[in-house]
Design a protein around this ligand. Structure first.
Ligand SMILES: Cc1cc2nc3c(=O)[nH]c(=O)nc-3n(C[C@H](O)[C@H](O)[C@H](O)COP(=O)(O)OP(=O)(O)OC[C@H]3O[C@@H](n4cnc5c(N)ncnc54)[C@H](O)[C@@H]3O)c2cc1C
Length: 269
């Protein structure tokens, strides 16, 4: 379908984009367009104005190591994260996850900021952001990932706020992200991630088994108390709230969360 009519503005700066977002009407940022444009074509989204931030690629598309922190600009595309030597050195789990996002076309255009702002529970980066206590910086403030995701497709972003950067702690120990999906390149039915930290503890997260990604604190605590991966993974379904749909029943998704968590922990390298 053809989207409903909308006004189009090319942003020349972050401030200008934020001012445009503050205009009356339903004003939306356009980043990679991989979620927004399909929604507009289905007329599930009918913004009155689109503010295109792609002209800000040199300001918002970057990957930098800053002491113990990996800083990623919001407009950094999935393929840039996937291929970045800095990401592979500083946070290889992020490169592994980028490698698993959609197909090549999606990875060529889609951005990390777009995934987080869209807040699809099947979005892969949200899980890592929660697991690692990432910081999401907007044009106004810095938010911990746990305060950013509010629910299904819902974040703490105000209508005139845009994400400018996501910063993760650099950590390169054993890690694994496993997506269970029906077809190659598909979204996760459920996914699980595991990362061993410098202090020897584990961080674990689950994708697409609740209205937002979930940090599997019960699993982390069990591992810290000396439980085996198999025993700790039995706690992976705690705090989940999966829905039954064409991809599987809620019960099946809880089972997947446990199985994938065990495999992520045992397969972490
Ligand atoms: C076929 C297909 C398969 C996919 N598979 C996966 C997958 O397996 N895993 C996965 O994680 N994703 C997947 N995606 C989604 C993809 O990663 C998109 O890139 C992502 O959801 C949105 O990013 P975008 O840059 O395209 O944002 P857009 O589509 O441009 O925007 C999405 C929303 O976020 C807002 N937004 C964008 N950037 C910002 C910003 N900086 N600040 C504030 N608001 C912003 C927009 O206003 C809009 O509301 C898939 C998409 C498709 C089409």
């Amino acid at each position: 379908m053809i989207p409903a009519a909308f006004a189009y503005q090319r942003a020349k700066s972050v401030d200008e984009a934020a001012r445009a977002l503050g205009q009356t009407g339903d004003v939306k940022v356009l980043a990679g367009g991989q979620s927004l444009i399909p929604l507009m074509r289905l007329r599930l989204a009918q913004p009155t104005t689109i503010v295109d931030i792609n002209p800000l690629a040199s300001d918002l598309g970057y990957i930098r190591r800053d002491n113990g922190t990996l800083r990623v600009g919001a407009l950094t595309r999935h393929f840039q994260i996937q291929q970045s030597d800095e990401v592979k050195r500083s946070l290889p789990l992020l490169a592994e996850i980028a490698n698993e996002v959609g197909d090549e076309q999606v990875r060529s255009m889609g951005t990390i900021g777009g995934v987080l702002a869209h807040a699809d529970p099947a979005g892969d980066y949200g899980t890592l952001a929660l697991m690692l206590d990432a910081t999401i910086t907007t044009n106004r403030r810095s938010l911990a990932a746990r305060d950013f995701f509010k629910g299904l497709f819902t974040t703490a972003l105000a209508s005139d706020e845009l994400i400018v950067e996501i910063s993760f702690p650099a950590v390169s120990g054993p890690h694994k992200y496993i997506k269970f999906r029906r077809r190659l390149y598909d979204w996760a039915v459920v996914a699980a991630g595991a990362q061993k930290m410098e202090d020897g503890g584990w961080r674990v997260g689950i994708t697409n088994a609740a209205p937002t990604s979930v940090r599997a604190s019960g699993v982390e605590q069990a591992l810290a108390s000396g439980a085996s991966a198999a025993d700790a993974a039995k706690r992976a379904s705690q705090g989940l709230d999966p829905t039954s749909d064409l991809r599987g029943s809620a019960e099946y998704k809880r089972h997947l969360a446990e199985v994938l968590t065990q495999r992520a922990l045992e397969g972490a390298q």
